[in-house]
Design a protein around this ligand. Structure first.
Ligand SMILES: Cc1cc2nc3c(=O)[nH]c(=O)nc-3n(C[C@H](O)[C@H](O)[C@H](O)COP(=O)(O)OP(=O)(O)OC[C@H]3O[C@@H](n4cnc5c(N)ncnc54)[C@H](O)[C@@H]3O)c2cc1C
Length: 452
């Protein structure tokens, strides 16, 4: 393989700038195998990337960067089983158009749809809903290229014991080329969004999460206001009342992105005004009620860039967590312009899932690009760790393999699978060495990293 020069790759959150030696864009699984075989023979490393929406350096390609965009699209359908097989590079926003004509939908989604399906599952991307699991738990099977350049099929009939590792593999076990998703019958969501007093939301948080399908809220720091979002699942098309184009533009383009961008800039220039800006923002958020196709309600558009840390904690600790975070912000003198996002999921059985073995509450904190997140994220991280927290693999955190091994009962099993599938560390990078340990080849790299 020859190297190219002067290539620069950046992630969405601008926490990572990489200068890979080579970018490859295979269009078939055989080509992926060939790249990995050559790389392994030459002692090189390959890193598949999706949409670059991870804030951590998990997708850092310090040698060969592989994009899977050439392996996208619908590859197969089993309507009776409600499964579809997709190329691993398929972007989430392309999936509804494939599932819609089949009368199918993904069971749950996060709050954006820019990611690739492989990238989303590899970091444990999740949405909200105490009865629903993250996207990786919807994976019924996968085909991946191992560190020896061999194709491996994993599903209920082929190496099923590997599925709990491969479905959420941090990009450490191989390059996914196909994924099979367990879908559900298409459904709509009836959405109710309104600002409410935070104390009232915390007092009734368990009733709200168990009494609805998808509940989440955003607390505006320095205020007593939380924006609640409650979505109920209804049969597709029943009483559908979508937002008008004008309202969608006003809410998403003007308010959520345009006005929010301006208030963030103002808050950065004049931190003292952040509490007042947050009060105004909370009030302006307004109420709305609508229903639409599930994928349109789950996903929003984010154009204001930020950095983010998110921890999963046992669901019954959510009020303690918010109370402690509120106290630390009050004590600190920081001016936090971004709302704190609180979501919930069911437990699952994927070995490195943040929701492994327990119903989880997710608490996400953000800072605008250009603001140093360390003091704020560090303080929140300490609180989360005290509550048994597990960090999102794709969002900033400061943990290493020892702490993570203690947080995940099947951590050693995952390492054994990694040893088996990638014995020479073809898929290793600095982030994986930090979070999984350094059992495979060490390497140099040409990346500039911030704390992520
Ligand atoms: C604005 C924004 C909103 C977000 N919202 C949410 C949310 O609601 N919920 C949530 O949980 N997270 C959320 N995230 C985090 C995001 O979903 C994850 O970081 C996700 O991994 C990004 O997917 P990606 O395609 O960009 O993957 P990348 O960041 O490019 O890669 C992530 C990992 O996947 C691996 N990978 C990519 N392709 C393959 C492949 N073919 N085979 C094997 N490994 C592969 C990479 O090597 C890397 O390890 C958000 C991020 C942003 C920036």
């Amino acid at each position: 393989m020859t190297n190219s020069t002067e290539i620069t790759w950046q992630n969405w959150g601008r926490t990572l700038t990489v200068h890979p030696n080579l970018i490859v864009a295979p269009t078939s699984a055989e080509e992926v195998c060939e790249v990995v075989r050559v790389a392994a023979a030459e002692g090189r490393r390959v890193k598949p990337v999706g949409a670059g929406h991870s804030f951590t350096a998990i997708a850092e390609a310090d040698d060969i960067l592989m994009t899977l965009d050439g392996l996208s699209g619908l590859l197969g359908v089993d309507r009776a089983a409600r499964t579809v097989t997709l190329g691993a590079g398929t972007r989430l926003h392309a999936i509804p158009a494939m599932l819609g004509p089949l009368g199918l939908a993904m069971e749950n989604l996060g709050d954006i749809d820019a990611q690739s399906i492989a990238g989303a599952v590899s970091t444990g991307t999740h949405g909200t809903g105490i009865g629903f699991r993250g996207i990786a738990a919807q994976i019924a099977g996968a085909v991946l290229v191992t560190g020896r350049g061999e194709l491996l099929r994993v599903d209920a009939r082929h190496s099923p014991e590997l599925l709990p590792a491969v479905a959420l593999g941090l990009g450490a076990l191989g390059i996914l080329v196909e994924v099979t998703i367990q879908c559900v019958e298409a459904f709509d969501l009836h959405a109710v969004e309104l600002p409410e007093p935070l104390d009232g939301v915390l007092e009734s948080v368990f009733d709200r999460m168990f009494g609805s399908d998808h509940f989440e809220f955003y607390w505006f720091p320095h205020t007593d206001i939380a924006m609640t979002k409650t979505n109920m699942r209804v049969p597709a098309g029943e009483g559908r009342a979508p937002l008008t184009d004008a309202r969608r533009w006003f809410d998403q383009t003007f308010m959520a992105n345009g006005v929010f961008r301006a208030t963030c800039a103002l808050g950065r220039a004049l931190p003292a005004v952040v509490p007042s800006l947050n009060r105004v923002a909370a009030r302006l958020s307004g109420s709305r009620c609508y229903s639409d196709v599930s994928s349109s309600v789950f996903a929003t558009r984010r154009t204001v860039r930020f950095t983010e840390m998110e921890y999963a904690i046992p669901v019954d600790r959510v009020v303690d967590a918010l109370t402690e975070i509120r106290a630390v912000i009050d004590r600190s003198g920081w001016r936090i312009s971004f709302p704190i996002e609180v979501r919930f999921t069911a437990s699952d059985d994927l070995w490195l899932s943040t929701a492994y073995g327990r119903r989880s509450a997710y608490i996400a904190v953000h800072r605008a690009i250009g603001e140093d997140p360390r003091a704020y994220f560090g303080a929140v991280e300490e609180i989360m760790r005290g509550l048994g927290g597990r960090p999102h693999w794709g969002k900033m955190h400061g943990l290493g393999s020892e702490e993570l091994a203690a947080a995940y009962p099947r951590f050693q099993d995952f390492l054994r699978v990694r040893e088996e599938l990638d014995p020479d560390g073809v898929f290793a990078n600095a982030y994986l060495r930090r979070v999984l340990g350094d059992h495979v080849v060490a390497s140099g790299g040409a990346a500039e990293r911030h704390r992520n």
